[in-house]
Design a protein around this ligand. Structure first.
Ligand code: NI
Ligand code: MN
Length: 226
């Protein structure tokens, strides 16, 4: 089981067994975030890719809290130059941390860092927690057929972008749910900016009529056990 708090866009705080894991902590520039970088604590920070709306305030938070950043090798190298502790993964590879196994998955997207540095390939994360529960954070991605393979893990929840324009839109995200067949799906990466405005209630109705998944459309600041 995972206790999850949403900060809007793609940013989360996950808590499991007393461990705090931030995901894509874009807080300061995030118009939906109810918290600032100073408000959050983290033992780990998962960074899916280098874009500013995902890397976010990783450096500031990691330097204050001592959190270990987990990302691809290129982003980890860039973070280490700024004094951040890191653990580098790459696509298809995973590592056992005290809270569970984290595997980096592919994503169809870009990954340049805010200063224009090369950020390697973008990714997502598959978390296999010590209690046997499985969670998939897709990151920014278009739809890809190998989501079917990720679905074979037996997902308790999948966190998927639905905003369109930069990532999957509502139609492809429905197909992603059909490939992944998670128990719960949490839509992200919508309504932050005008170009990714979506009717999330309509998408929830559609997905729940076409699949067995329950859609948990979290409000920024909302907390849930999944
Ligand atoms: Ni991006
Ligand atoms: Mn993004």
């Amino acid at each position: 089981m995972l206790n999850i708090t949403y900060f809007g866009h793609a940013a989360f705080l996950l808590e499991t067994g007393g461990v705090k894991i931030l995901v894509d902590p874009f807080l300061k520039g995030n118009p939906l975030s109810p918290v600032t970088p100073d408000d959050v604590e983290g033992d780990y920070i998962l960074v899916t890719h280098g874009h500013g709306d995902h890397l976010g305030d990783t450096v500031e938070i990691a330097l204050r809290t001592g959190a270990l950043a987990i990302s691809n090798a290129e982003i980890c190298g860039w973070l280490r130059e700024k004094g951040v502790r890191t653990h580098a993964l790459h696509i298809g590879g995973g590592h056992s941390f005290p809270f569970g196994y984290v595997k980096m998955t592919q994503a169809l997207h870009g990954s340049s860092l805010p200063d224009g540095s090369y950020g390697g390939n973008p990714g997502g994360f598959l978390l296999n927690l010590s209690d046997g529960s499985n969670y998939y954070f897709a990151g920014d991605t278009g739809l890809f057929g190998d989501m079917r393979l990720i679905g074979e893990e037996g997902l308790d929840a999948a966190v998927l972008p639905i905003g369109d324009n930069y990532t999957m839109g509502p139609k492809d995200a429905l197909k992603a749910v059909q490939f992944l067949h998670p128990k719960i799906v949490i839509p992200i990466h919508y309504d932050t900016f005008d170009v990714i405005q979506q009717d999330v209630e309509a998408w929830k109705t559609l997905v729940e009529s076409e699949t067995d998944a329950n859609v948990l459309a979290m409000q920024p600041g909302e907390n849930a056990d999944i």
